[in-house]
Design a protein around this ligand. Structure first.
Ligand SMILES: C[S@@+](CC[C@H](N)C(=O)[O-])C[C@H]1O[C@@H](n2cnc3c(N)ncnc32)[C@H](O)[C@@H]1O
Length: 255
């Protein structure tokens, strides 16, 4: 099934079925990182890529109520449900659009946020180049996603799990509860997973660097954050940017 058709089909149930900050420790961990990364001044522009039913916006609203939010998704059914939610008096809009066809003024976005979406996008490099042009200098790109980790990330994750054995066991116990979703799902569209550090490299190649990889206890789950370089920093060599990238594993335990 095509990706857009799939998400239109699952939209009515997605809020009931999906993992969220309140039912999954890895999601709770990721949203705490995202909230820490976003400190939006009034009037800042936050764009949620693959917004689904608008949950990321609801999550970020309390601490960023003066910001302007735009949720983008190619699924009409998702956007219809997102529009029905209560955002109070905040400035929240939604747009039906493919991410690769999104058109916003150059240097207009303060934060791009995306959750669980980029693994559905095949040509990430081209999409990130085009999004980078819309991101202000010093603006951030935050991607919470499912990845296919390679050796470096796997060893960082194993180390984290060794240091936090009880949290790792709890993480795995809850993750097991969601396994039926995957076992049950024969229609899921093809996915294009990549390694989190490789994604960070793509961000840097698009001028959104240096990027930081936040390591989670959940295999294949990470948060990658890049900041678009200020004017002079873009002249830094690619090699220089690469060495400055960090992997961090703060705050692994759900609270
Ligand atoms: C797993 S859902 C995540 C929804 C939401 N971000 C959340 O965390 O609740 C992925 C969303 O990305 C959207 N999506 C996937 N590929 C897309 C694309 N190329 N352009 C726009 N939206 C896309 C889907 O329609 C779906 O709503």
């Amino acid at each position: 099934m095509k990706c857009k058709d799939y998400f239109n089909k699952v939209a009515p149930d997605i809020d009931a079925r999906a993992w969220r900050a309140d039912n999954a420790p890895w999601a709770n961990w990721a949203w705490r990182i995202v909230r820490k990364e976003i400190n939006a001044a009034p009037g800042s522009f936050i764009v949620d890529l693959g917004t689904g039913t608008g949950n990321a916006i609801l999550n970020l609203l309390p601490a960023n109520s003066g910001a302007r939010f735009l949720g983008v998704d190619f699924s009409e059914e998702m956007i219809q449900r997102a529009r029905l939610k209560d955002y109070g008096s905040a400035s929240v809009e939604f747009r039906v659009s493919r991410i690769d066809r999104l058109s916003l003024p150059p240097n207009s976005v303060d934060y791009f946020i995306s959750a669980g979406t980029f693994h559905h996008i095949k040509n990430k490099s081209r999409v990130l180049q085009s999004l980078s042009a819309m991101l202000r200098r010093d603006g951030k790109f935050i991607n919470v996603d499912l990845f296919q980790p390679k050796t470096r990330y796997l060893s960082e994750m194993e180390e984290l799990r060794r240091q936090n054995p009880e949290a790792a066991v709890e993480n795995d116990r809850v993750r097991q509860q969601f396994q039926w979703i995957y076992d049950d799902d024969r229609l899921h569209p093809r996915e294009f997973h990549m390694d989190p550090h490789d994604f960070a490299q793509l961000l840097e190649n698009a001028g959104i660097g240096p990027a930081t990889v936040h390591v989670s206890l959940q295999p294949g789950w990470a948060v990658v954050v890049g900041r678009k370089a200020a004017a002079r920093a873009t002249e830094t060599s690619e090699a220089g940017q690469r060495t400055s990238r960090r992997a961090v594993s703060e705050g692994v335990v759900a609270s």
